[in-house]
Design a protein around this ligand. Structure first.
Ligand code: CMC
Length: 428
């Protein structure tokens, strides 16, 4: 990976020059290794929002934002979405290769064992108000798992890390469904060995002990594909949060809880919930120009939710796949002329004719159309980001595991440019 290539930086004030090594990966721009900069020059670098900063080496996911390309372990997302199951993709992210039939069976079997939660965890869930936001419940309950599994990550073996990763992937849908059941006052439904990962999710949410719930194969497949599309996305805010929390050797369940908190924000995974709320506010095609005008107005904090991305300066490939899936799901499950979907399509069309959005390369992102599918599956709006979190747990766990296995990993500790008061004495 490392090369002998260097970049020369010159200090204009002293005329001193410094050779900084260039690090080249398989794809993507090379990175200037500035780790020796402070020691050699006394300067920090400044990059608010980490626009130009690589924080780690990773062999998991690659995004080419200019081309609108997304690869998991080298495989294009379009191929994985078409040919694989979420379970295969989760294994791929964790282990680097697609599983053999035997490996997949073994993985699913172990996840079944790990899917049970300690019975007393149900008391945590029932302690929340019925109207608690399910993301608040998820942050709290996943964090509390660290007390049931008080492992010390700094002394974990790779096998221990693998178990923690699988426990997280297995328990996340169970906790998510339990939080939903609590919000509607329904009884907790246990996971079933014979159901798929996504089939279980639907069953735990929608079945009751009184009535058998038939899992619709269209719903199960759609959810599975949505989970594949959300499974990982390189060093985004929540993944970086998981890595940063984990870099101190913190408990993995606590680290994932930190990632869930980061995901919740409307600029990140919380956007899927915000999109549906925004479409409801827009309500009719005739109101689109007013909302677009607000989004373009610098004095108005309003943004079109589900548009724009830090890395993609082209169409988000996940949004393209989800938009296509919307047509299929609505045709088979819901209203093929769903007015919300029609409105979303029209909003996309209008933005793509508008100079403001064209110039800034603002396209729909993964969160723009996903809510339309969730809604067709009967999933309430406040559960949308929870669904994202379930899928992303595979990526978070893989990234956390990768960091732990890196012999060179160090505690993450950014610096700052201090602009508070200069040193002064207490006036007493
Ligand atoms: N509506 C209107 N203007 C926008 C939008 C938007 N959704 N997104 C970006 N812009 C403008 C922004 O005002 C800026 O304009 P100017 O150059 O005139 O100052 C320009 O585009 C660049 O935006 P930025 O804020 O510098 O971009 P960023 O990389 O810091 O932020 C983003 C990326 C995703 C947070 C932002 O596009 C946004 O807030 N989008 C809406 C929320 C959203 O959909 N989030 C989901 C992201 S994808 C899934 C995920 O990460 O979970």
């Amino acid at each position: 990976m490392s090369s002998q290539k260097t970049v020369t930086v010159t200090d204009n004030q002293t005329g001193k020059t410094l050779q900084l090594p260039l690090i080249e990966g398989t794809h993507g721009p090379a990175a200037i290794d500035i780790s020796g900069l402070y020691k050699n020059t006394g300067y920090f670098t400044y990059d608010q929002g980490f626009v130009s900063t690589a924080s780690c080496h990773s062999a998991i996911t690659f995004i080419d934002g200019e081309k609108g390309q997304l690869l998991y372990r080298g495989y294009p997302i379009e191929q994985l979405a078409e040919k694989c199951s979420f379970m295969e993709v989760a294994w791929l992210l964790l282990n680097g290769e697609l599983p053999t039939e035997q490996e997949l069976l073994g993985f699913e079997d172990r996840l079944t064992d790990y899917s049970l939660i300690n019975e007393s965890l149900k008391n945590f869930i029932s302690g929340f108000y019925h109207d608690a936001h399910p993301m608040a419940v998820l942050v709290g309950v996943v964090g509390s798992l660290s007390s049931f599994y008080p492992v010390d990550a700094s002394s974990m073996t790779p096998a221990d890390a693998e178990v923690a990763a699988m426990q997280l992937i297995a328990k996340m849908p169970v906790i998510a469904a339990a939080s939903y059941k609590h919000s509607v006052g329904g009884p907790f439904i246990y996971p079933r060995e014979w159901l798929s990962y996504t089939g279980n999710m639907l069953n735990m949410m929608f079945s009751t002990p009184a009535r058998r719930y038939e899992i619709d194969p269209v719903a199960e497949k759609a959810l599975d594909m949505i989970f594949i599309l959300h499974a990982d996305h390189e060093q985004n805010a929540s993944t970086s949060t998981v890595r940063l929390a984990g870099s101190s050797g913190a408990n993995p369940f606590a680290c994932i809880s930190a990632g869930i908190a980061s995901l919740w924000g409307p600029a990140h995974g919380g956007a899927n919930e915000a999109v549906l709320n925004m479409l409801e506010d827009i309500s009719e095609v005739k109101n689109i120009p007013r909302f677009m005008a607000r989004a373009k107005d610098r004095n108005d904090p309003f943004r079109l939710m589900g548009f724009g991305h830090r890395v993609y300066k082209n169409y988000d490939p996940r949004a393209r796949l989800i938009r296509k899936m919307c047509h299929e799901v609505l045709e088979k499950l819901g209203d093929s002329s769903d007015p919300t979907f029609e409105l979303a399509l029209r909003l996309e069309e209008e933005t793509q004719k508008d100079e403001y959005f064209i110039e800034r390369k603002l396209y729909p992102n993964v969160d723009f159309y996903s809510g339309i599918i969730y809604r067709a599956l009967g999933i309430p709006t406040n559960m949308f980001t929870v669904m994202f979190a379930i899928a992303r747990t595979a990526g978070w766990a893989a990234q956390w595991k990768e960091m732990l296995a890196d012999p060179n990993h160090r505690i993450g500790r950014p610096r700052q440019v201090y602009n508070g008061p200069a040193r002064r004495d207490v006036p007493r």
